[in-house]
Design a protein around this ligand. Structure first.
Ligand code: ZN
Length: 263
């Protein structure tokens, strides 16, 4: 009897679900956000059709250098309930990230210049989706302009509702009520990732009763690619566990998770 009691106490102490009693819609136990960066063709050709077939909605963070011919396809996704997010206009990153024109090194940027670029991308997004409120994901997950962190300036600017950042602590938000909506962590995966690897992250989020945000690039094509099969396997799992897991676009989930982002 004592052994059972000790085991029960240990289970209680070890279970993050005790802390994670967040009030997700429909009594669900966890929330998952599927985000896709860089306005890639494989999002339109592979990821979005898979989402549509599964009845799920994602967030596509666009930077402004995609082909104009793709605009009708992005607009259709917005009309279907997916979110188009802001990923800056020119995707500036630190010099060491990858080969780029030096004028797009964030070392050369200023905070006002960075905010101006984000504002211009908002205008382009509004021209596509007709919406006045957008969320933002940080290019290369490093929010520096000329060595200065621009997130607080972005927060006070009122231009953006919430911000997805990089990958600390495995990307599991176990206490969404305390989350800073302008520094929402996310999780990316290597090209070798299988459906089981993606699902293991979802299971961690379920155990925590919290929030998990996937950061995808290519899906079945382009670069930093997760295979179409792995992505499909993840969606199948999410659909099969729809009673337990709320899957919704970033802005919608952040409105629920963080009162600071509510209108
Ligand atoms: Zn990017």
């Amino acid at each position: 009897m004592r052994k059972i009691l000790v085991a029960l106490i240990a289970l209680f102490l070890a279970s993050p679900a005790v802390a994670g009693s967040f009030d997700w819609p429909g009594g669900r136990k966890a929330a998952i956000v599927l985000t896709y960066d860089d306005a890639l063709t494989s999002h339109l050709d592979v990821a979005a059709p898979q989402l549509e077939a599964a009845g799920l909605r994602g967030t596509f963070f666009l930077n402004g250098t995609f082909p104009a011919a793709d605009i009708p396809r992005w607009r259709r996704l917005a009309e279907a309930g997916h979110e188009l997010g802001n990923h800056s206009m020119f995707h500036p990153c630190p010099r060491a990230s990858f080969a780029m024109d030096p004028q797009f090194n964030t070392e050369r940027y200023t905070v006002p210049g960075m905010l101006r670029e984000i504002g211009a991308m908002n205008t382009l997004l509004t021209a596509i989706d007709g919406r006045t409120e957008h969320t933002y994901s940080v290019p290369c997950s490093i929010s520096l302009a000329g060595g200065v962190d621009y997130i607080d300036a972005l927060r006070t600017s009122g231009m953006i509702r919430s911000v997805r950042t990089g990958v600390p602590d495995g990307g599991v938000v176990s206490d969404p009520a305390r989350l800073d909506p302008f520094r929402v962590p996310s999780r990316s995966f290597p090209e070798t990732a299988t459906a089981d690897d993606l699902i293991a992250y979802v299971k961690d989020v379920q155990r925590a009763g919290g929030l998990g945000v996937f950061m995808f690039h290519g899906v079945g094509g382009d670069y930093l690619t997760v295979s179409a099969e792995a992505h499909q396997g993840l969606l199948k799992y999410l659909k099969a566990h729809a009673d337990d897991i709320w899957v919704a676009p970033f802005q919608e989930v952040m409105r629920r998770a963080s009162p600071a982002t509510r209108p």
